[in-house]
Design a binder for this molecule. Structure first.
Ligand SMILES: *Cc1c(COP(=O)(O)O)cnc(C)c1O
Length: 394
């Protein structure tokens, strides 16, 4: 304890004291509910990738501090993946940085590139860590709200343009977007690229769901648009693509100057991490296209089970074009407050979800929306869908 009346948590972080996930996971436990709150799979990724990690551990690869930028095998695999998948070429020695998950990459990028007072424009609702990282960097966040239009949460390009001021340093983007499941279209990305070039902005783009796109949606890296390669920090990670969220292996691809800047912050956060797992992820990135296709098709089937269940329970469902989350509107149930709804949902239906209002600065914009994760075994999703139907369907 301290004798002064000054709060322990500093002012920059005061608003980020506890996360909703802790409260909802505790509720899941105490009520025996199915936890569709936090987004992690309930089965592990490919056996051969797990075995690759065991081999690396046994062979003594990565058990001591790996190189600061990441092990050469992983950097080479990241470069090959970007080239094969998107036709983007990077130099493995100067344009790739391995991080402790995408989480550290986001933090390091913001800490490195944002001066106190700079404005950072980000899509609202935000991914969990964005607001806190912008605050730690001393930046000011400027939300641009995604709103329902034609069955999906869409970006208003005029609003985005209007959000950029002379104090804007960077755009923080996320596509496919968590929590809404929106995948930015080629036309939207082209307009964003034009804006970034015109206003001379840096862009940090979080693409951890790059392999999880459904129906006719397509993931296109922003770095592939004219003028963007030299101003874009592209972030991805093994956690979501390979269902090993505990490994925390992420990476940055960007120009040498941007990678150098991000590394300057990163080297004093974790320095390095996940040595043996880096070798395993290098192998994972080289899996044949059939792995990614199978994974996508499997997740699409899961999306459909949960989406149908939610619809039959009476909610308005925004079928996501990407990610492993569904956002649903609870107003057809006669409810308006997602936070209150999620607090009672375990008791009423035996299911846990997350109110998306907590990911908004404009809480009123997000009030009626609730996020459900579908990265769970089929029988778990079927059970959850049945519980929701029973609790709400008339
Ligand atoms: C899960 C997630 C992350 C964090 O990725 P890690 O590799 O686990 O650190 C970052 N951004 C988004 C949008 C996510 O959903």
């Amino acid at each position: 304890m301290t004798s002064s009346s000054r709060p322990l948590l500093n002012r920059r972080l005061a608003e980020f004291g506890t996360t909703i996930f802790a409260e909802m996971s505790a509720l899941a436990l105490s009520t025996g509910s199915i936890n569709l709150g936090q987004g992690f799979p309930d089965t592990d990724g490919p056996e051969e990738v797990r075995e690759a990690a065991v081999r690396a551990l046994r062979d003594g690869r990565g058990n001591q501090y790996p190189p600061g930028p990441g092990v050469p095998e992983l950097r080479a695999a990241v470069v090959a993946h970007q080239e094969r998948r998107y036709g983007l070429t990077y130099d493995p020695d100067t344009e790739v940085l391995v991080t402790a998950g995408a989480t550290e990459a986001i933090a390091a990028a913001l800490l490195a590139l944002v001066e106190p007072g700079d404005e950072v424009v980000a899509l609202e609702p935000y991914y969990d860590s964005y607001a806190a990282c912008i605050a730690m960097a001393g930046g000011t966040r400027v939300p641009v709200t995604l709103r329902p239009r034609d069955g999906a949460f869409r970006l208003d390009l005029d609003e985005l343009r209007a959000a950029v001021t002379d104090r804007t340093r960077l755009l923080l983007l996320n596509t496919p977007h968590n929590p809404t499941g929106t995948v930015l279209t080629r036309a939207e990305l082209a307009a964003i690229a034009e804006l970034a070039v015109e206003r001379d902005l840096l862009v940090v783009t979080d693409e951890v769901y790059e392999h999880l796109v459904f129906d006719d949606a397509e993931h296109i890296p922003l770095a592939s648009f004219p003028g963007m390669r030299e101003r874009t920090v592209t972030i991805s990670s093994a956690g979501k693509t390979y269902s090993f969220t505990g490994w925390k292996v992420g990476w940055v691809t960007a120009s040498p100057a941007l990678v150098t800047a991000v590394r300057s912050a990163k080297q004093y956060l974790t320095y390095v991490s996940a040595g043996p797992f880096q070798y395993a992820v290098a192998e994972a990135l080289s899996l044949p296209d059939s792995y990614f296709e199978h994974f996508r098709v499997d997740m699409l089937a899961k999306r459909n089970i949960l989406a149908t269940g939610l619809e039959e329970a009476g909610l308005t469902v925004y079928r996501p074009a990407g990610t492993y989350f569904i956002t649903a509107d609870i107003r057809p149930l006669g409810e308006t407050d997602g936070i209150a709804f999620c607090r009672t949902l375990p008791e009423r239906a035996g299911v846990v979800a997350i109110p998306t209002a907590v990911f908004y600065d404009h809480r009123e914009e997000g009030a009626p929306y609730v996020r459900f994760a579908f990265c769970k075994r089929t029988e778990v999703l079927t059970d959850a869908a049945e519980r929701l139907r029973k609790a709400f369907a008339r």
